[in-house]
Write a new protein. Structure first.
Length: 471
């Protein structure tokens, strides 16, 4: 494995992988947004103290006269003095005395309406009835205080106070709730993006060349199983095969190019047995093995495809052979059938196949048997190539058992799936077993034409120094 420190490089970032991670974790983002909303609502509800305000409007008048002072400026000035009376501590003491208390905590505030002789009196309390009682007491007792200031002026009530029914400081949490939703969604989304970028997997061809210890044979693009043909949506097989007319041209060309390189490599070295494996499950190993067999058969090669993943066989699903009544590999390994019984020639695909349908738990003793060796030896005599679809190397040791019988091996690496270090460890295991390791096949890569063009003009990092072979 390469020991250099991993550097951040723009060409190793896949925008489509980030978008896929965001879509996969959309529920996390929604939960974070909801959590932000509930958190703000809960905190504001806990801290919120409702306040009720009782209000009255009064006019400054001369005693014995219902008319306002003739001079508006004078009455306005008198109204200002009266507002100070309501704000005075002397009046608050009078109110407390009337209510039978030592003091009052309510806020009394008087405001002069500009250019008028009107005063707005407000009393704010946490209890609506208490606010009403205090304002009524203030109205009853203000004249005892104001008599010291004015003997010829009085206040006339224009609007009587009433018991407030709704808080005057209504909780306006809508804005903060919206901000909390945005913060929660942005924070969780940003974390998903960061983890996606920092995840040490193969996301781009450039990243694969730089970080994988071996040759990159080819990049096989992601192929959608549902295709729109002549306005109608059609579905391919459970696993996509190049023998189908519905597969895209880039997919078929990538598979055939890979098969050509493998064919050229193995023929030069007089090799016949190719092991197709991966590090983890669901990397498309079986589909790639099947398509390589078909591509080699198109070139006129006699190909035998064997499913040796006895714990989780998949090739019979790839070729949709589940309904057929046929002998399987385990029947031969159990000495219940001969090689000719399990080796079937597929006329449509023009390849020989040995399938397995039922899962076998003690697969190791079957694979490491004389019968298995005899099957491989028989194939060497009659076939140009034998392709072994083995279990993933991180799942069991069965793949390592098959290394004893293989001449060559390739590793399937799915985009943004397996840790690069695990893939390099698997390639080291193959080499240590004395098997020729042809290289890595990058599988199920999403197309990023737009992002690729942008990267050409905004590359950040250093030149490749790992010496990996560029294909």
């Amino acid at each position: 494995m390469k020991n250099e420190v991993k550097e951040f490089r723009l060409d190793e970032i896949s925008i489509l992988c980030i978008i896929r991670d965001l879509l996969k974790n959309i529920w996390v983002i929604l939960l974070a947004a909801a959590a932000g909303w509930f958190a703000v609502t809960g905190v504001m509800s806990f801290l919120y103290v409702p306040e009720f305000t009782a209000q009255a409007t009064m006019a400054v008048s001369a005693r014995g006269d219902s008319n306002a002072y003739s001079s508006l400026s004078l009455t306005n000035q008198m109204a200002g003095v009266f507002s100070e009376v309501f704000d005075s501590n002397v009046l608050k003491e009078k109110i407390a005395e009337e209510l039978g208390e030592d003091s009052i905590n309510e806020t009394i505030h008087a405001t002069v309406i500009e250019e008028t002789n009107l005063i707005t009196l407000q009393v704010t309390s946490e209890n609506p009835r208490r606010a009403y009682q205090v304002i009524q007491s203030a109205i009853r007792n203000y004249d005892e205080v104001s008599d010291y200031l004015f003997s010829n002026a009085m206040l006339r009530i224009v609007q009587e106070p009433s018991v407030p029914y709704a808080p005057s400081n209504a909780m306006n949490s809508s804005r903060y709730q919206k901000l909390a939703i945005l913060a929660g969604a942005a924070g969780s989304g940003g974390l998903v993006v960061l983890l996606s970028i920092l995840r040490f997997t193969v996301k781009t061809r450039e990243g694969a060349k730089r970080n994988l210890d071996g040759r990159i044979l080819e990049l096989i693009p992601y192929e959608w199983k549902n295709k729109t043909v002549r306005g109608a949506l059609r579905k391919l097989n459970k696993s996509i095969l190049i023998s189908s007319r519905l597969v895209s041209m880039p997919f078929g060309e990538a598979v055939r190019k890979t098969a050509t390189r493998i064919d050229h490599h193995m023929r030069r070295r007089d090799q016949k047995v190719l092991m197709v494996t991966s590090v983890a499950e669901n990397e498309g190993k079986s589909s790639v093995a099947a398509n390589l067999a078909l591509a080699l058969a198109e070139k006129g090669r006699r190909v035998m495809l064997i499913d040796v993943d006895l714990k989780k066989p998949a090739l019979y699903k790839v070729f949709e052979k589940k309904e057929e009544n046929r002998k399987h590999l385990s029947d031969y390994l159990d000495k219940k059938a001969e090689i000719k019984d399990v080796l079937i020639y597929e006329k449509k695909e023009k390849i020989y196949t040995v399938f397995q349908e039922k899962s076998i738990h003690n697969a190791a003793r079957y694979l490491d048997s004389m019968e298995m060796k005899a099957l491989i030896d028989a194939g060497r005599k009659k076939m140009d190539y034998i392709i072994l679809d083995t279990p993933p190397m991180s799942v069991s040791s069965d793949a390592e058992l098959m290394l004893k019988m293989a001449d060559n091996a390739v590793l399937i690496v799915r985009q943004d799936w397996t840790d690069v270090r695990a893939a390099n460890d698997a390639s080291d295991t193959i080499r240590q077993a004395g098997v020729d390791f042809t290289g890595f096949i990058l599988n199920a890569f999403l197309k990023e034409h737009l992002w690729s063009s942008l990267r050409e003009h905004s590359y950040y990092g250093y030149g490749r120094t790992d010496g990996s072979e560029e294909v």
